[in-house]
Every structure is written in structure tokens, then in C-alpha cells.
Design a protein around this ligand. Structure first.
Ligand code: COA
Length: 272
């Protein structure tokens, strides 16, 4: 079990938890008996937790993690499929309910980190790929078993997969439904760092704390600009990049950063 913070707020009947520690928001997928499979209620709860952390000025970075040591998220809850996703029309309705939460994560204004231990499959991969950074434990396994279930994975999920691992690995993963271990996930660019199981949480929090101590506007500028780089040239919002660049250079924090360097002390950033 990861030593996640205890000051939690519960959503989706406790299957999604939200906590805040040292400027870091933590969202926990908390249905370990089902390997943290995502029900529609959990998607809604995820949206509520993310919204609350987005709107909390004390939170500068958000970490997503699975409860227990067996899974990050093992995908959508397949036991709901017979009722909610049994054909094209039902599937459209189902997607509408989870799309909004995925869009929230895709356009999240603060940095996000997936802390992955155990199975990260299907919808779990979708969530992990929507975060900015993926840190995994050595015993994690990754896969998108859509072809084993007979479902399509959708444009956004595949766009993220292709942009991380390239089209050829994306095809291998999708056509076979295979599971790949952390070492291979690291090699192909699906995750950014792999750590021994018992070091995962502290190492992820260390990265989160580092981000949370840095200048929020500079991080926002990087986040906005990298998101625009990934868009088709015609859809890029160059004005937004220019705007956040100007905001940074005019900010209190830039003044503080310069001063702190000259005075050989740690800067204290306020995000303005
Ligand atoms: N949806 C619903 N229930 C799930 C689930 C999912 N995605 N993943 C796991 N579970 C449930 C299992 O049905 C089982 O329930 P039970 O205890 O009532 O029998 C429980 O979680 C534990 O799973 P189990 O298969 O016994 O554990 P495991 O450690 O041997 O294997 C997985 C774990 C994740 C590899 C395996 O459960 C699995 O392949 N799940 C489906 C993954 C998938 O296809 N995801 C994509 C969905 S779009």
C-alpha cells in the first residue's frame, strides 16, 4: 500500500479520493478489489476531484495514483458494459459521460503526474497518457486489450499513444492486445521513469514537490507551449504562447527568481 496522505475527501462512494499535501493534490483510484477498474461513477468522481484541485489556489501539481499494489487502473469496469455499452447507441451515451472528464484532464491547467504500480490497462492507459508525466514501479504492466474485447479505442487515446510510442509500437500494442512490462514501456517512451516498487511513491512526490516549488507561470508557459507543439500546425494557438511568455517576463515571480539567485537563497514563488 502506498503511503498516500490521509486528509481525504471521498467521491463516487469512496472509490475516488482527493487529498492535498505540501502543495500537491493527490487523486486516488480506490477500488482495489476490482483492480481499480473505472465505473461511470468513478469517471464522474474523477472529474469532481480534478475540478476541486484545479480551483484550489494552494494546489500547484496533481498526482494520480491507484490504491493497493496491484493496479493503477485496470481499464473501464467491464461489468457495466452489458447494461451501458452493449451497442453503438449505448456506447455513445457512455462515452459522453466519460469524455467530459477526459477533456478536463487533457486541458488541465496544472501539471499532472501518473504514479503507476501494477496493471495499467485500457482506460487506465488513457488516463495515464493524458497526464503530463508517467512514473512507474518496476512491477507495472501496460496494455490496451481493446482487440480482445472487440471495442475501438477512439481518436484521442490513439493520438496520445502514437505521439508517445510512434505508429509502429502503437499498432503492435493495439493489434495484439499484449501487455508490456515497465522496462519495455520505458524503452519505447510510454513512461518516463521506472523505480523499485518501494521507492515509487516517495520519488513521485519528490518530483511533485520540486514542481510545486518552481514558478507556476513558467510551468504554465511550458505546459501551454508543449501542448501547442503537439497540435497540427493549423490548429496551433501561437497567440496563447506569446501571451503566457509576456506574463512570465512581467511577473513578480521572475523578479523574485532573479533576486533570489543574486542573493543566493531559495526563491519563494506566488504564481503572479
Ligand atoms: N472491469 C471489471 N472488473 C475487473 C476489471 C475490469 N476492467 N479488472 C479486474 N476486474 C475484477 C475481476 O473481475 C475480479 O473480480 P472478482 O474478484 O469478482 O472475480 C477482480 O477484479 C480481480 O481480478 P483478477 O482477474 O482476479 O485479478 P488478476 O490480478 O489475476 O488480474 C487483470 C488482473 C487486471 C489483469 C485482469 O483482471 C484483467 O485482465 N482485467 C480486465 C482488463 C481489461 O480488459 N481492461 C480493459 C477494459 S476496456
Amino acid at each position: 500500500m502506498l503511503d498516500t496522505p490521509r486528509n481525504e475527501t471521498a467521491y463516487a462512494d469512496g472509490k475516488i479520493l482527493k487529498a492535498i499535501t505540501e502543495g500537491v493534490g493527490v487523486v486516488t483510484f480506490n477500488n482495489p478489489d476490482k483492480r481499480n477498474a473505472m465505473s461511470l461513477e468513478m469517471w464522474e468522481g474523477l472529474g469532481q476531484a480534478l475540478t476541486a484541485l484545479r480551483d484550489d489556489p494552494d494546489v500547484r501539481v496533481v498526482v494520480l495514483v491507484g490504491a493497493g499494489d496491484k493496479a493503477f487502473v485496470s481499464g473501464a469496469d467491464i461489468s457495466q458494459f452489458e447494461k451501458t455499452r452493449h451497442n453503438a447507441a449505448a456506447s455513445e451515451e457512455y462515452s459522453k459521460k466519460s469524455d467530459a472528464q477526459r477533456a478536463l484532464l487533457a486541458n488541465y491547467p496544472k501539471p499532472t503526474i501518473a504514479c503507476i504500480r501494477g496493471f495499467c490497462l485500457g482506460g487506465g492507459m488513457q488516463v495515464a497518457m493524458l497526464t503530463d508525466i508517467r512514473i512507474a514501479a518496476e512491477d507495472s504492466q501496460f496494455g490496451i486489450p481493446a482487440a480482445k474485447l472487440g471495442i475501438a479505442y477512439g481518436y484521442d487515446g490513439l493520438r496520445n499513444l502514437v505521439s508517445l510510442v510512434g505508429p509502429s509500437w502503437a499498432r503492435l500494442i493495439m493489434y495484439t492486445g499484449m501487455r508490456i512490462p515497465s522496462a519495455e514501456a520505458l524503452r519505447i517512451g510510454l513512461v518516463d521513469r521506472v523505480l523499485p516498487n518501494d521507492e515509487l511513491w516517495e520519488a513521485t512526490m519528490e518530483i511533485a514537490r520540486t514542481i510545486s516549488g518552481n514558478a507556476p507561470l513558467a510551468i504554465k508557459a511550458a505546459k501551454i507551449t508543449i501542448a501547442q507543439v503537439l497540435k497540427d500546425p493549423a490548429g496551433r494557438d501561437m497567440a496563447a504562447i506569446k501571451q503566457i511568455g509576456l506574463e512570465c517576463m512581467d511577473s513578480e515571480d521572475f523578479r523574485e527568481g532573479r533576486r533570489a539567485f543574486m542573493e543566493k537563497r531559495k526563491p519563494k514563488f506566488q504564481g503572479k
